[in-house]
Ligand binder design. Structure first.
Ligand code: R5P
Length: 283
């Protein structure tokens, strides 16, 4: 049985009802619940944007399914909180663990997700007792870039060592990134700015694709594009699995690069690569 949340409606026809009570509480109804009784159910539900509401909605759906004995595989292409798998200051929450524990406790048999930040490899793993199948969009993104550049040779690089797993199979090289401490001037926002991106290989005259798992504030990708352009690259494309493009980062990247694109894990104006073929299973 497939269950599709309304926040997946750009990819599939929804069959779960979401409403809001007058006070703002979420109302969720699975009107095909009779078909889920004791069944294996695949639930397609995005956990981003509006992650805190989307996560609560997921627990409402999972709890409802658990009550009728369904076994649920949750398909959520982007896993929020996945960058909070480490702490930097004493007393910080390990939010990646919190989320995975929550999904497991509410009955998720398996989470299927794409380029999960803390896994950095494809295949099945377990994290905080949650079974996770991590799929990579790297081949689709590289194929898309190759269509854009035609017959020109394309060098694929990553802006930091963490994204090396995305590019290593294409013989790519990684730059390295230095982040600062939490910015004390950014008020209530917890943000560690990107201080620099360094490169120890030559890019002069080359056509480059910079590939990362996500473009969030764009801090990383903007510094990476500037670096390779300064190094004399002929053309620079940038791509990521997940594109948030916070603030005006998409405009900036469009101005300084020869092209920017992502998958549709998070809807955005340059979500050119369709993930659906990867998400349909079987898992
Ligand atoms: C971090 O290590 C990730 O792989 C990305 O490089 C990072 O999260 C991108 O964030 P931003 O766009 O805010 O620099």
């Amino acid at each position: 049985m497939y269950l599709i949340a309304p926040n997946f409606s750009d990819l599939m026809e929804p069959n779960i009802e979401f409403k809001t009570f007058p006070d703002g509480d979420s109302y969720v109804r699975i009107n095909v619940i009779d078909k889920c009784q004791g069944e294996d159910v695949t639930l397609f539900h995005r956990l981003y944007p509006k992650q805190n509401t989307a996560i609560f909605n997921a627990t409402q759906i999972l709890h409802t399914l658990k009550r009728v004995g369904a076994r649920v595989t949750l398909v959520s292409p982007y896993l929020p909180y996945s960058r909070q798998d480490k702490t930097f200051l004493m007393g910080e929450s390990l939010s990646a663990q919190v989320l995975c524990k929550l999904l497991n406790d509410f009955g998720t048999v398996k989470l299927v997700t794409v380029d999960c930040h803390f896994l950095k490899k494809e295949g099945e793993s377990e994290y905080s007792n949650l079974k996770i199948q991590n799929i990579s969009a790297n081949k689709m993104l590289v194929e898309h870039a190759r269509k854009k550049v035609g017959l020109e040779p394309l060098e694929i690089i990553s802006p930091d060592q963490g994204a090396n797993y995305l590019i290593s199979e294409f013989g790519g090289k990684s730059m390295s990134k230095v982040r600062g401490q939490y910015d004390s001037t950014s008020g209530e926002e917890a943000y560690r700015s990107v201080q620099k991106v360094e490169r120890e290989f030559d890019v002069e005259g080359k056509t480059i694709l910079i590939l990362d798992d996500m473009i969030s504030t764009g801090g990383t990708m903007i510094k990476a594009v500037e670096n390779v352009k300064k190094g004399g690259a002929k053309k620079v494309f940038c791509a990521a699995t997940h594109g948030f493009f916070l603030n005006d980062s998409l405009d900036k990247l469009r101005k300084i690069s020869d092209g920017v694109f992502t998958t549709n894990s998070i809807p955005n104006p340059v979500a050119e690569v369709d993930l659906l073929p990867l998400l349909k299973g079987p898992f």
